[in-house]
Ligand binder design. Structure first.
Ligand code: NAD
Length: 361
């Protein structure tokens, strides 16, 4: 029996539109193949929304987001704001606000390693082979949302780091549930030797861990985790961490997969889920048909699996990506000196290859 889902596409800025085109095309193809009915709408966020309406997250976008079953997002950001830290209205405010408004408190980031890309990573293949990590990064608390202050002569600044018990509890439960159907290991990362928020984090995680005796728990300080991740990434299964530590650690982990252009993430809470590549708007390559669309395509796969519970459909998409990589096709970011020139593709040709494989089955 097919399912009916309404999906909001928010392309955003820079390469956002170039890559979400392909995430959406893959969802349309999967719907037609498996007999689902996916309807789509589109909305503005980020710099394009500021230009059109003055706001990085117009009310219309938020209303459409709340009315949808899932959101496929591209990226926000523009060079103009990167070089002007004092700008009051900024593209990323749209992203922070929508996460808060939709209650997206858990960011899931799978570090999926395709064997064909082992040599695209800056780490040695023998260290990487077999790595399979699922990060749970808390997304709506921590120093990002705490009170921000500057004194009058602007010589002092403060960002308040804080967490409530319930914020730790709800993401910890999601991480333990996920570990149960994976390799049954959770590594909780904090800085409990120094930070009071981390001591609360560790206390709560210990309590939740007691409810899951079948899952092994390890607590690790962030500095050690940053080191272990590149020394022996295979030791990790589910990694659970706070917003700031997770932000840094997941970007570090992206190098395990070879490129930002290969990694997808899901932000979920108790309502509509948000599915996006981990990369930004990449002004340096925007509009040049160079962006790797595979992270957006893999975001669509995450939407199918985590958002809609359609595991077989999600696997069709990851298998299609795997197949295209096995045929030797690469976008510039994952190509290397030994990639034949005729196998190096632009965004559109890479998207077409994945679609072609899906259609040929
Ligand atoms: P970025 O992720 O946009 O780019 C980093 C590097 O990776 C660049 O060299 C870029 O060309 C490359 N890259 C990224 N995605 C790629 C893809 N799909 N294919 C091929 N190469 C790819 O990060 P940045 O340069 O630090 O930031 C650029 C802008 O994006 C900034 O304005 C920043 O604020 C914004 N940003 C937005 C998000 C988001 O919307 N979720 C996340 C990070 C950064």
């Amino acid at each position: 029996m097919g399912v009916k889902k309404h999906i909001l596409v928010i392309p955003g800025d820079g390469i956002g539109a170039e890559v979400t085109t392909w995430g959406k095309a893959v969802l349309e193809q999967i719907a037609s193949e498996f007999g689902h009915e996916f309807t789509f709408d589109e909305a503005l966020m980020g710099h394009v929304a500021i230009e059109a309406t003055g706001s990085p997250l117009p009310d219309e976008t938020l209303d459409k987001a709340k009315a949808s079953d899932a959101i496929l997002f591209g990226a926000v950001g523009h060079a103009k704001y990167d070089n002007d830290p004092s700008a009051k209205v900024r593209p990323e405010q749209g992203l922070l606000k929508i996460r808060k408004e939709l209650g997206l408190y858990a960011n899931l980031r799978p570090i999926l390693l395709f064997d064909e890309l082992l040599d695209a990573s800056s780490l040695k293949p023998e260290i990487l082979r077999g790595t399979d990590i699922l990060f749970f990064r808390e997304l709506t608390g921590d120093v990002y949302f705490g009170e921000k202050k500057r004194n009058e002569d602007r010589t002092w600044a403060s960002d308040l780091m804080n967490y409530h018990r319930y914020e730790v509890e709800r993401i910890a439960r999601k991480a333990y549930e996920a570990a149960r159907v994976r390799n049954k290991k959770v590594c909780s990362v904090d800085k409990a030797n120094v930070l009071e928020t981390s001591r609360l984090w560790r206390e709560v995680v210990q309590e939740i861990a007691a409810e899951y005796p079948d899952v092994e728990t390890e607590h690790m300080f962030i500095d050690n985790a940053a080191m272990q991740l590149v020394k022996n990434p295979r030791k990790f299964d589910v990694v659970l961490t706070a917003n700031l530590f997770g932000d840094i650690l997941t970007d570090e982990a992206s190098q395990i997969a070879g490129s930002m252009g290969m990694l997808a993430s899901a932000s979920v809470g108790d309502g509509t889920g948000f599915f996006e590549p981990i990369h930004g708007s990449a002004h340096d390559i925007a509009g040049q048909n160079k962006a790797n669309p595979l992270a957006s395509i893999l975001s669509a796969a995450l939407m199918l699996e985590i958002g809609f519970g359609l595991k077989e459909e999600a696997k069709r998409v990851t298998d299609a990506v795997d197949h295209v990589l096995k045929q030797g096709f690469r976008t510039g970011d994952i190509a290397n000196a030994s990639t034949p020139a005729d196998k190096v593709l632009g965004s559109d040709a890479m998207g077409q290859k994945v679609l072609h494989f899906l259609r040929s089955k």
